[in-house]
Write a protein that binds this ligand. Structure first.
Ligand code: FES
Ligand code: FES
Length: 152
């Protein structure tokens, strides 16, 4: 058993300590917004936030979550759209969309620690995110838009 906060709600889960968070969310808790891409920590599709930091759910074990705060794409907007999500829509970022939950979770974490990131800071934050549709330029534009609108 492990207790942690998931999208603002305290949860108790009965799962093996070595179960990756990605599968706990998708298979046991029904939260399928966090995507499975590579399963080995190199694509970024499964990115979410633990205690405000962007982490890979496929590389995060359930046993490490006790008393931590997990936020997934389903909880990012806290009841509405997060400023990054509004900017994503305004810049028409998504193509197939598969990588985008991870991109948004990374973007929100970036803006929380750096309210006005440079292109270099954005590129560094997304260096290990793969988008097969090539949305990188629009992601950069959307982050600048969210920053300009004070989006955190
Ligand atoms: S599925 Fe986790 S990094 Fe690719
Ligand atoms: S929008 Fe298709 S993989 Fe990124």
């Amino acid at each position: 058993m492990v207790q942690f906060t998931l999208n603002g709600v305290r949860v108790t889960v009965d799962a093996d300590d070595d179960l990756p968070l990605l599968w706990l969310l998708r298979e046991q808790l029904g939260l399928t917004g966090t995507k499975y891409g590579c399963g080995v920590g190199v694509c970024g599709a499964c990115t979410l936030q633990v205690d405000g930091q962007p982490v890979r759910a496929c590389q995060t074990l359930t046993g490490t979550l006790a008393d931590r705060k997990v936020v997934t794409i389903e909880g990012l907007g806290d009841g509405g759209l997060h400023p990054c999500q509004r900017a994503w829509l305004a810049e028409d970022v998504a193509q197939c969309g598969y990588c985008q939950p991870g991109m948004l979770m990374e973007a929100a974490a970036l803006l929380a620690r750096d309210p006005d990131p440079s292109d270099g800071a954005i590129d560094a934050a997304f260096a290990e995110h793969v988008c097969r549709c090539g949305t990188y330029a629009r992601i950069r534009a959307a982050i600048h838009r969210a920053a300009a609108e004070g989006g955190r």
